[in-house]
Ligand binder design. Structure first.
Ligand code: ATP
Ligand code: MG
Length: 592
């Protein structure tokens, strides 16, 4: 089997010169790993005054507000109409105190669930951090979800409070409110007055005190409830605790290389875990300026944000990168991106082609990193100081032990060596490890064998210790005795100059068991015709060999994706086979 790292095309290992504008936090990988302990990582945080435990909101806001960073911009909000508002750490401390008091004034207590259904507006951040101060369990939802997914999640999560807008409430929640008997308090951020069933944010905040003392917080108390992306099936409600902030901080330091004075932009919505762990918590715990952009993806406006805000560290996702690639590197040339020092990507496999394109377009490669809702924070990464092998997810973080395992028929596991493909597993014990799937104890237990957490992703590592993503266990294709990882095939297709996106599935076949079928979206200016199909089939055969290359190609304008930007292969497959489509609550673009 050929792997991307064998390919001549990517034989060059990329060094990232701009990462060295500042000296990387992780200068020597081996040394950092051996010196690391989670206890020490925790010691870099403040803890609540008087040794009263660890609270995410205190680490993110109050400890800076009480020190020399009080007047530094914590959040720079850029609204849809281009308006810009700054909130210093001092101001954020006051508004989050107010919101904690406001919640308390309406009878909300520690342990109650607070759901937030908002676009990326300042109240989302104030609401989340304020509720964490009161030790509520916070669950941020994508504002674009429809009524049913919203109601289902609030039902599962025993929502007691909902923070939203008048319009979202009327359109998406009101009609289903009878299903939510525990939902006592709906706070509307744009309502001037209270109504029979809703409260006005403005009035509550006006009446609330500016001072709030966070109660002692056991690091093991639940803080966040995040739903997974639903890429492989029905989304799971993942429980995280306050202690997760230790991982957020440590990974912000090592994997995102955050330095004092950085202007950081994470493009993810807090409706999925990246937008919370890295769009809120990690940058604030580092006391840097966190850029929040309300508008959805649009390449020129994104380049504008990078240039105008002098963004130094940028965390984005493969789907966005592929959309930018569609428009070409020339589109970047008019923008002054000289402040940008480090760019990273997460969420899906990052094709080698995209890493290399980063150098062409931005003068620096995208650093891929890997993690899941369940892991709460980055587990495997390409670090600033490290050589990048395009197509590899990088190496495990200090404090993270990763192995490739095979489940055995007797319920045990076998550890595989370099070059062997198996399930990616992590040794339990890092602080942001999930503490459960809500109401799904059996499903949660099934993820563990002894001390190992099995991720459901297939991967391998090479002789240098770099990890390579093969595919999700569910997506692996078995064809004529070969096990084919979709990522390998998709990456080869992506190398073709006409291809913008590709997704492959296994299609049942009486002889081969399964054949590889590819769905391909082309870049602008290319024709989806017979000639193109033949050209792609030929290209794939040359790159992958006949056994692995797709036998069928179907052109699509777009591929179905989750709201967090992941290609839903299971949906392509279900439709191909005429099977039930399953849970579609997270589906975003849907062009058949
Ligand atoms: P569900 O579990 O509901 O099917 P999901 O797994 O897509 O949804 P998330 O937790 O949001 O939900 O995504 C984590 C998954 O995304 C990983 O398990 C992996 O399959 C994929 N992923 C994330 N980052 C990378 C990466 N750098 N390379 C390859 N795959 C990645
Ligand atoms: Mg998953």
């Amino acid at each position: 089997m050929r792997y991307p790292d064998d390919a001549d095309r990517y034989a060059t290992i990329l060094k990232d010169p701009r990462s060295f504008v500042v000296s990387p936090n992780l200068a020597d990988y081996e040394a950092a790993r051996s010196a690391f302990s989670w206890e020490q990582a925790r010691a870099a945080l403040s803890g609540l005054p008087g040794g009263d435990g660890l609270n995410i909101a205190y680490e993110a806001v109050d400890r800076h507000a009480r020190g020399p960073r009080a007047n530094r911009v914590a959040l720079r909000w850029i609204g849809k109409a281009g308006e810009r508002r700054d909130y210093t750490y001092g101001e954020l401390a006051i508004s989050t105190n107010r919101f904690a008091n406001a919640l308390q004034s309406v009878g909300v207590k520690a342990g109650d669930s607070v759901f937030i259904l908002l676009g990326r507006v300042p109240e989302l951040y104030v609401g989340m951090l304020g509720a964490l101060k009161l030790k509520c369990v916070v669950s941020p939802l994508f504002s674009a979800f429809g009524p049913e997914p919203i109601a289902t999640r609030m039902e599962i999560g025993d929502a007691r409070v909902l923070v939203t807008t008048e319009a979202l409430y009327r359109r998406k929640v009101e009609a289903l409110r009878e299903r939510l008997p525990k939902l006592e308090c709906v706070i509307l951020i744009d309502a001037e007055e209270d109504s029979e069933r809703t409260r006005s944010w403005r009035k509550l905040m006006q009446a609330a005190q500016e001072i709030f003392n966070i109660a002692p917080t056991d690091p093991r108390e639940t803080a966040l409830l995040h739903f997974t992306s639903g890429t492989t099936g029905r989304p799971k409600g993942v429980i995280h605790v306050h202690e997760a902030v230790v991982t957020h901080y440590a990974t912000g330091r090592y994997a995102l290389d955050l330095h004092d004075g950085d202007r950081f932009w994470c493009t993810a919505d807090p409706g999925w875990v990246t937008g919370t762990s890295y769009g809120v918590i990690a940058p604030l715990t580092h006391g840097v300026t966190n850029i929040v952009v309300e508008a959805e993806f649009d390449a020129p406006s994104w380049y504008g944000v990078l240039a105008q805000e002098r963004v130094t560290v940028w965390y984005t996702a493969p789907t966005a990168i592929r959309m930018m690639m569609k428009l070409g590197a020339d589109a970047v040339k008019d923008y002054d991106l000289s402040a940008l020092r480090f760019a990273a990507s997460v969420g899906e496999p990052l094709n080698a082609e995209a890493v290399v394109w980063g150098v062409e377009a931005f003068g620096l490669p995208f650093h891929d990193n890997w993690w899941q809702t369940e892991t709460g924070g980055i587990m495997i990464a390409n670090f600033a100081s490290m050589d990048i092998k395009p197509g590899s997810m990088g190496r495990p973080l200090p404090g993270v032990e990763a192995e490739i395992l095979r489940r055995k028929a007797n319920g045990g596991i076998e550890t595989l060596g370099a070059g062997e493909e198996g399930e990616l597993a992590l040794k339990s014990g890092w602080p942001s490890m999930m503490r459960g799937y809500l109401h799904e104890e059996a499903r949660y237990r099934k993820c563990f064998v002894g001390e190992w957490y099995l991720t459901g992703d297939l991967a391998r590592y090479d002789s240098d210790g770099y990890f390579w993503f093969v595919g999700r266990a569910d997506d692996v294709i078995k064809s004529s005795g070969h096990l084919i990882g979709p990522f390998e095939v998709e990456s080869a297709l992506m190398e073709h100059p006409a291809v913008a996106e590709a997704a492959v599935i296994g299609k049942p076949d009486p002889i081969a068991g399964e054949i590889v079928k590819a769905f391909v979206a082309l870049k602008l200016g290319f024709e989806a015709d017979e000639l193109m199909r033949k050209d792609l089939l030929g290209h794939a055969r040359k790159r992958l060999g006949a056994a692995v290359a797709p036998k069928e190609i179907e052109f699509r304008g777009n591929l179905p994706k989750t709201r967090s930007g992941k290609i839903m292969r299971r949906l392509l497959k279900a439709r191909e086979l005429g099977l039930p489509e399953g849970d579609l609550s997270t589906l975003e673009s849907d062009e058949r």
